[in-house]
Structure formats: C-alpha cells, structure tokens
Ligand binder design. Structure first.
Ligand SMILES: Nc1ncnc2c1ncn2[C@@H]1O[C@H](COP(=O)(O)OP(=O)(O)OP(=O)(O)O)[C@@H](O)[C@H]1O
Length: 271
C-alpha cells in the first residue's frame, strides 16, 4: 500500500474545511488523476498527502508511516525525502542555477556535507543533465532560474522530481504553464516514469480529456469531498457534468465532441 486515508479532514485555522471525510487509498505503482473545479480541494489533498498539511481529522498512512499530529520531526523529514512534489510554480531561489535546482531533489537523502557541498558546487552534473534531457532542457543546465520562462521552470520542477526518484510523486497542475503538445508529452513522461519505477503518482489536472486519456484511475473532487473514484473508462459524461456543475472550470466544454478538440485528438495517443 502506498497510502491510505480514512475519513481524513483538513480544517484551516480560520475554521474553513477544505477536505472532509476523504477515504482514499492506492497500491504502490498506481497512477491517479485528481479532477474537479477550482477550489474543490485538489491542492489541499496533495498537500496533505505530501505532509505539508497534517490531517485535522481521520487517519492517514503514507509509505507505511502513520502521519499524526505527534509525528516526530525526524520521521517527517525521512518521509518527505521519499515524496516528490511538482508544483504549478516551481519553488526555486530565482538566482539559483538550474543544475542546483535539479540536484536539490536529493538534498533530503544526501548526508549533510554532500548537500552543503552541492549548494556550493553541483555534486552530480551528469545526473542533472540526464534528468533535464528528459524534459528537453539539457541546454539550460547552467542557466539561472530567473532566465527561464514559466513553462521551462515548471519542467525544471519535473526534472527535479525525476532526479529525486521519489516513491510517491505528487503533481499539482504539473502542465499548467505548458502548451498542449508539451502538456501531453510531459504527462506521459510522469506516467511512464511512475510505471517504470513502480512509484505511485497522484496528479491534479484541469484538462479532463488529458486525465481521462493518460490515467487509469480518476478521482473526482468537489467541495472537499470525493464525488467518484473510478477507472477512467467508467467515468460518464453525467458524472463529469455533476462534478463541474455551476462552474466554468472544465477545459473541454460539454457538448463539444472530443475529436474536434486539438488536444483531445492528440491525447488519443496517450493510451
Ligand atoms: N490555508 C488555507 N486557509 C483557509 N482556506 C484555505 C487554505 N488553503 C486552501 N483553502 C481553501 O480550501 C479550498 C480548496 O482549495 P484548494 O487550493 O485545495 O483547491 P483546488 O481544487 O486545488 O483549486 P484550484 O484548482 O483552483 O487550484 C478553497 O476554497 C480555498 O480557498
């Protein structure tokens, strides 16, 4: 089992509950797409799985480690080093070199001396170059992060997680800054990476067609609750309409045939 959440809730200090009664588990090696309208709780769920937020209700175990309010700092640090997160906006010091940003993926697993040395002089340049090549950015190895576009920076974040070789990959809108063709190849890369290493992948996506085409399992979230948890082939149009009812957040509007959408036509290749 990669993770198991049992009736997990997340209530913030202002009293707002962004997650309620979340019961969800995944076997090691599963790939899951999270879909749902803006504000549904996708980021909250990913942050909770990544232990950025600790559940305020229910029980959660991640990679065999029970995550409770009393978890020790050392257990939390060890667990986090096994989890890789791709963010919508990659958190890097802007003056940092790309090579250093990628190598940061393993800082949590390196001994302190090596981590500090890597900040001063990159410790594994071939490893960083190889990870960057997988997102077509090897030519940016020594560029500064503030010289990259938003889409390039997002791909640096993906290269960092590839380099980390995490057991659990959490991706929060990992292709939000990429064009349709690059979105497809990047989602494919994440899915293939997870499958090749038997890592678990949970990715939130606004592009419903991309989620349905590239992921075997789809979890629909609305108002902090799971509306459905189904194999992609079993997600119906009616369920999607209920998930996005009253919102403008669905990237493929209902009524438009998928084949008429350039992205949808391309994602047919995902399967
Ligand atoms: N720290 C916080 N304090 C209070 N409320 C929060 C906090 N973080 C998130 N929320 C609220 O929780 C709800 C879910 O937010 P979340 O970011 O998880 O949604 P989302 O599905 O990822 O949305 P989007 O697709 O727009 O990124 C929102 O209503 C948000 O305002």
């Amino acid at each position: 089992m990669s993770f198991a959440l049992d009736e997990v809730g997340l209530t913030h200090s202002n009293g707002f509950a962004s997650l309620s009664g979340i019961t969800l588990s995944a076997a090691q090696g599963e790939s899951i797409a999270l879909i749902g309208p803006s504000g549904a709780g996708k980021t909250s769920l990913l942050n909770t799985l990544g232990t950025g937020h600790l559940p305020t209700a229910g029980r959660m175990t991640v990679l065999g480690q029970p995550v409770t309010a009393s978890i020790s700092a050392s257990a939390l640090k060890a667990l986090r080093s096994r989890i890789g997160t791709v963010y919508q906006a990659t958190p890097v010091p802007l003056r940092q070199r790309v090579v250093t940003a990628v190598l940061a993926g393993r800082l949590g697993r390196w001994p302190l001396w090596k981590a500090l040395a890597s900040l001063a002089y990159p410790q594994d340049i071939p490893g960083a170059r190889e990870a960057l090549a997988r997102v077509q950015l090897q030519d940016k190895l020594f560029a500064r992060c503030d010289q990259l576009s938003g889409g390039q920076l997002q791909r640096v974040g993906i290269a960092r997680v590839l380099y980390q070789q995490a057991e659990l990959i959490l991706a929060d809108e990992p292709v939000s800054a990429l064009d349709p063709a690059l979105s497809l190849s990047t989602v494919q890369l994440l899915v293939q990476e997870a499958a090749a290493r038997q890592a678990t992948l949970v990715a939130s996506l606004h592009a419903v067609d991309l989620a349905l085409s590239c992921f075997a399992r789809i979890v629909g979230i609305r108002a902090g609750r799971i509306l459905f948890d189904l194999p992609a082939a079993q997600v119906s149009e009616a369920q999607l309409q209920a998930l996005y009812a009253g919102t403008q957040d669905r990237t493929l509007p209902p009524g438009r045939t998928p084949a008429a959408e350039p992205l949808a036509a391309m994602v047919m290749a995902c399967r």
